[in-house]
Design a protein around this ligand. Sequence first.
Ligand code: MCA
Ligand code: AMP
Length: 512
Amino acid sequence: MTSDNHLAHALRTASVGREDAIFATDATSGATTTYGELWAQAAAMAGALTALGVVPGDRVAVQIEKSISGLACYLGTIMAGTIHLPLNTGYPAAEVSYFLTDAGPRIFVCDPSKLDALTPVAERAGVTHVLTLDADGLGTLTDAARDASPLLHAVARGADDLAAFLYTSGTTGRSKGAMLTHGNLASNAAVLRDLWQFTADDVLIHALPVFHTHGLFVAINVTLMAGGAIILHRAFDAAAILADFPWATTLMGVPTFYTRLLDQPGLTADACAGMRLFVSGSAPMLLDTHLKWRDRTGHTVLERYGMTETCMNTSNPYDGLRKPGTVGLPLPGVDLRLADADGQAVPPGEPGGIEVRGPNLFKGYWQMPEKTAADMRPDGWFITGDIGQIDDDGYVSIVGRSKDLIISGGYNIYPKEIEALIDDMDGVSESSAFGLPDPDFGESVAVAVVLDKGATVTPDQISAAIAPQLARYKHPRIVHIVSELPRNTMGKVQKNQLRDTYAAPMSGPRDS
Ligand code: MCA
Ligand code: AMP
């Protein structure tokens, strides 16, 4: 039924003949969805998209709440041969406008509550049809799917055809659409399923958002490929997740999940007795968290490392030594090297820029060949912007980043995006955004702002001005007005110095 559609076939195979097996249980309502129902809904949605005139290669952008119908919509876009483009539900209209204009989707699906605000935005971006889908699976997309003939034969697509765009911000400006192929997603999920030993008996607690690689292409694709089940949590609630441990076998999360779960008195070895695997990624897990988790639960968290452009690159082993503080070994089929700025290998044991190559590597940035060329060496190595070190056993540690990036609760925040908005304000001369240690999110955003001579802009005015422009998680938690930014002799702003100065706000300069 889906065999000519590379990714749909790969995701579907494990559940063929097991249509009555449960794919998902809603953590709130307890309602279940079988594999048969999931794929029937996906085929219906693919039918609706096809009836609206999509052709292979069209983009279908979605900004929808997490739901089973939302997952069926993802599978439907793949079956229809189109390109799935999920957007963070926290993006305000200003950010959505950029993504729609850049990606040029034919169809945009949003929450009904945002329809009035986003329809003009979508129309200005040339979107042909705006549909709706809410957290309960209701909306005009569902209506259209009910009325359309289901697409019984998924549109043929090969491994090299595009399956998804995920936008990732750049260190120098505009967000870039990473183009991921059917082969990228299928090969990476298959490797992870095998390495982490996922089977049809697994039940994954799914509390991640489904508009990023981690929640969608790792958690969902791996589960589908194993024919396992998920317990779908719409948001992260530590007590509710802990309460589901007895029915589950695995959890995937960002480090914040684990630090928040550690705050739960009920987190004990007994509570984890039925769990076989805890996976962490998207941000560094502190050694302290690793050790506390092991003490409390008897489990060693399996940490892995990936990127939007590459899916997953490395993982600690399932069987064998998991080394806290490392991200493990390169995945089977993934080449990883440490190189200097010219692409020359660094001496063994020395830190160097992490570069990767393999079937996981994206096809480039949408309509930005010069940015693709800047990150991809002619012989196919992708420059990740992470600095790594490899120990004698081959385990990779991430020891720094050459890209200017803040990771807060697993979300990436590019300082340049915040600085550009603040620098545009009347009365502002320049600004610098940087990350400060945060016990919950790992890092939080701070910004130092230099005002024009005589200007009287306040931190509150700065916060208020950027609030409607950026998703909440990108908002600076603290704004310091400073007389100048620290610079080195080359004139480059010294963010390390800002971090050191403001890490302990009570002892920092009293200039804000
Ligand atoms: C929520 N807030 C945040 C964040 N999340 N602020 C900064 N950073 C965040 N990550 C804001 C809320 O808007 C709220 O603002 C306040 O902080 C407290 O919210 P709270 O209810 O405590 O947060 P939450 O809703 O529980 O969310 C925390 C979270 C969430 C569960 C950790 O951020 C999350 O799901 N993170 C996972 C992100 C992820 O999937 N990353 C993978 C992408 P206020 O109340 O002040 O309005 S990276 C990836 O895919 C790569 C390839 C990889 O390797 O995996
Ligand atoms: P993104 O651009 O959202 O795909 O985020 C990818 C970046 O997240 C990587 O380049 C790393 O800097 C970071 N990252 C992902 N997993 C880990 C991890 N386990 N430890 C440290 N950093 C990580």
